[in-house]
Write a protein that binds this ligand. Sequence first.
Ligand SMILES: NC(=O)c1ccc[n+]([C@@H]2O[C@H](COP(=O)([O-])OP(=O)(O)OC[C@H]3O[C@@H](n4cnc5c(N)ncnc54)[C@H](O)[C@@H]3O)[C@@H](O)[C@H]2O)c1
Length: 363
Amino acid sequence: MSKNIQINTSPYSYNAVVGEGIFEEQVKEISDSFEGDINFLLVDENVEKYHSEIIDKAFEATGKRFYLMSVPEGEQSKSIDFWTTCVEFLLENGVRRNTPVFVMGGGVTGDVGGFAAASALRGAPLIHIPTTVLAMVDSSIGGKTGVNHSTGKNLIGAFYQPKKVVADIGFLKTLPRNEWTNGLSEILKYGAIERADILDRAQLFLEDDLSPISHENLIELIADCIQIKADIVEKDEFEGNIRAYLNFGHTFAHALEKDCGYQSISHGEAVYLGMLAAIDLSNQLGADLKPDKLLKYRSLYRYRVSKDQLSLEDLMNHMKFDKKRTNQHIRFVLLKEWQSPVLKIVESESAIHQAWQTALQEI
Ligand SMILES: NC(=O)c1ccc[n+]([C@@H]2O[C@H](COP(=O)([O-])OP(=O)(O)OC[C@H]3O[C@@H](n4cnc5c(N)ncnc54)[C@H](O)[C@@H]3O)[C@@H](O)[C@H]2O)c1
């Protein structure tokens, strides 16, 4: 079983295909659709380690030469230096304007590899092969590519749409379980802001080993999340207004990540707590949301940081410096009810304090 989602953007429309065991046939089909005799592959080092056999087989079957470059794991690969290395790799091996650049891995590889494809020759065809849950439902969709700078994350980059996204859940077999929660948090976010049934369907994440039926359900779930992100991005490609809804929980999350020095809390854990805080704040402002819909996933989140290592004052200060701040007050994505997000400036610091306190009880 596989699902196709059409993504409409201003330069062109392209497809994301989600399935299991689709990688080889997709590589061949995509390679055949380009003239020339070269393919490029930028691949996460762990993906290469676990899946080299199928990768080699798929690219050899295209009948074209292929150049592979390994992307070291971790956020440090999202640097100007490593982006330069990627661009040099493409240029020195003869990339042309119509040479496909396959970028395979999680969000790190997708962001830096995507930016390299966007900038070599002012843009070579980019194919995303996401191999983490987060990359499948989030980072490979929407066209944001880029690297970090010493002054902040994701500050250098380009909006650059891929020609195709191929999400093969077969690769998730080797993804460490703690990485799954990064994707789960984004999936729950889509449920909260757009389709509440997703909040129940994500229960397959609670299974130790996915049953065959769960594999199919996972494909459907990922496809639905891609559709939601695609619909939002289609309406607001360059992040002018409603794309901000995708930041549900993230204003709190960014403060937490900053306070933990981006070390002792993962992005997914921070987003999960951030959504709990946003739900509490929404309720204080008149909504009537039962947090149980998220709390049933609490056993999947295992925090390395303890509550007494965090200070509310520091968290509040980090929030005030977040880029979604408007004048002196902080702008939040909140919910009027499930599936009904709204952007709100909240002036009451005590309400925000209360929201933090509720969320931090989970740690
Ligand atoms: N472009 C966007 O719109 C967007 C959106 C959200 C996040 N991001 C970015 O995405 C990045 C996070 O992405 P991520 O969570 O995918 O992390 P990641 O790319 O760091 O991958 C997580 C870990 O999983 C490993 N890995 C990947 N696939 C694997 C597989 N199939 N089997 C075994 N190991 C595997 C990697 O080596 C790494 O150690 C951040 O830099 C974030 O800023 C970008």
